[in-house]
Design a protein around this ligand. Structure first.
Ligand code: EPZ
Length: 429
């Protein structure tokens, strides 16, 4: 298995182009199941999760082609893909495919809405928590589906089509909001989603569905109104920039010191994280489509953060911010409220010399003057990248194992960091 090898201590200087968002691309690709016409997506990142999902969609009958790069864009800045689900050949998503990526469960929404049936394997647990699917099933049932669990599969039917209704979530869920949107877009009559997720990726999906002929209003707020339509048609859509990738490189630059411009991104999509960086004493310049992060000589101040649904501090940046706080001049408390088991990077950061005390959903990070390189590995995507960030600032050599986690969600990670002066390379197994 490949490893990432880092020699720490270099300040980062330069420009990093930000890719299209993984967590927008996945639901957008799934939306292609809702129409028999072609959905063209631009600015699609080259990631393992995109490849995995294209295989899963292929199993349902989606024809997938990579149409080439956007004209004028440099290599690595996103491909254009075309997805055509002319006819759905199979409404079952088998365990062997769904277990590889939890988001593939979301195919249940458009399959059910278009075909009146879907049989989708339950995704099972994952490293960051149990992540049940009760909100999805309740939402589809509110829209008139009959649901049962049979031999590990969620079986949903709505032979006469879905019927618009009120869907009220007990807690904010990104995935369940995506699925409710896709299902309600093709339901008969009006639906209202209450306590909807407001993440930029939800707005991106709603914009794309509207371009396909859906009638959705209020995406980006807690209440979304949908007027169902009979059919959706083909459309072209460009994927929103990746706010988590942006925040990750912002924290890397904050940690090593130096000055890095993150290009092709939207500062308003990560206000909570940028505010926390400013409180930590990091320079943040917000441009229209770029953000410049700088830290020259001054120390990192401890800042307490609590993860929350958007616009709160994102759980997907919690591990990276913790890495930064390991070098703070004092103690920072980081509280995780979204997932019950998202502190697995703590033990690995400790191998680099971090001092972190866990107390339930809180991590108290006692900042240290230095970290020292070590061999580490992580169990999920964001945890892995937090170790890369820590390694960039640590003295000596760090090797990060299980690189396949990084390949799921960071396009050209080593190239983007090397271009800014980091000493980082991939070692083939
Ligand atoms: C999305 O996961 C993201 N994944 C996650 O990013 C992200 O961490 C998460 O949202 C929170 O922002 C994608 O977009 C592909 P949720 P999702 O449903 O939709 C509970 C990454 O690293 N819940 O918003 O699966 C759930 O257990 C990934 O890129 C239920 O109880 O997250 C969690 O505690 C990891 N029942 C909370 O809600 C349900 O039916 C929020 O999860 C559904 C969710």
């Amino acid at each position: 298995m490949d490893k990432i090898h880092i020699v720490g201590g270099n300040r980062l200087h330069g420009t990093i182009p930000i890719s299209g968002a993984k967590n927008a691309t996945l639901p957008l690709m799934i939306a292609s199941l809702a129409t028999s016409e072609t959905l063209t997506l631009h600015n699609v990142p080259s990631l393992q999760d995109v490849v995995t999902l294209s295989r899963i969609l292929g199993n349902h009958g989606v024809d997938y082609t990579v149409a080439g790069r956007r004209s004028g864009s440099a290599s690595g800045q996103g491909s254009t893909i075309k997805l055509t689900a002319k006819s759905i050949v199979d409404t079952t998503a088998p365990y062997d495919l769904v277990r590889r990526m939890r988001a593939s469960f979301w195919v249940i929404g458009p399959l059910l809405a278009r075909m009146g049936e879907a049989r989708v394997s339950l995704p099972g647990g994952c490293a960051i928590g149990t992540r049940p699917v009760d909100f999805f099933l309740d939402a589809l049932s509110a829209l008139g589906a009959d649901l049962s669990i049979e031999q590990g599969y969620a079986v949903a039917t709505a032979r006469k089509g879905l019927i618009g209704n009120r869907v009220s979530f007990p807690r904010v869920s990104v995935g369940a909001t995506h699925v409710a949107l896709m299902a309600a877009a093709l339901a008969r009559g009006e639906s209202v989603i209450e306590n909807a997720a407001c993440e930029p990726e939800i707005v991106d999906l709603a914009d794309c569905l509207n371009a396909m002929g859906a009638k959705i209003e209020g995406a980006g707020t807690r209440t979304i109104h949908i007027q169902g339509v009979d059919v959706l048609h083909g459309a072209e859509h460009s994927v929103v920039p990746d706010r988590i990738e942006t925040g990750t490189y912002a924290m890397a630059a904050a940690m090593t010191g130096g000055k890095v411009t993150l290009e092709g991104t939207r500062a308003e999509h990560l206000s909570a994280a940028l505010d926390a960086l400013e409180q930590a004493g990091v320079g943040v310049e917000r441009g229209e489509t770029s953000i410049t992060i700088s830290r020259n000589g001054n120390g990192i101040q401890p800042v307490d953060v609590t993860t929350d649904p958007f616009p709160g501090f994102p759980t997907d940046l919690q591990a990276q911010f913790m890495a930064l706080m390991t070098r703070a001049q004092g103690t920072a408390t980081i509280t995780e409220t979204i997932f019950e088991n998202r502190f697995m990077h703590v033990a690995e950061l400790a191998r680099l010399g971090a001092a972190i005390r866990l107390d339930g959903q809180k991590a108290h990070v006692d900042g240290q003057p230095t970290l020292t390189g070590a061999e580490v590995m992580a169990t999920d995507l964001r945890a892995s990248v937090s170790l890369v960030i820590a390694g960039l600032a640590a003295e000596g050599e760090t090797t990060v194992g299980r690189v396949y986690h990084l390949d799921r969600g960071f396009e050209n990670l080593e190239a983007k960091l090397s271009a800014c002066g980091a000493q980082i390379e991939r070692l083939a197994a």
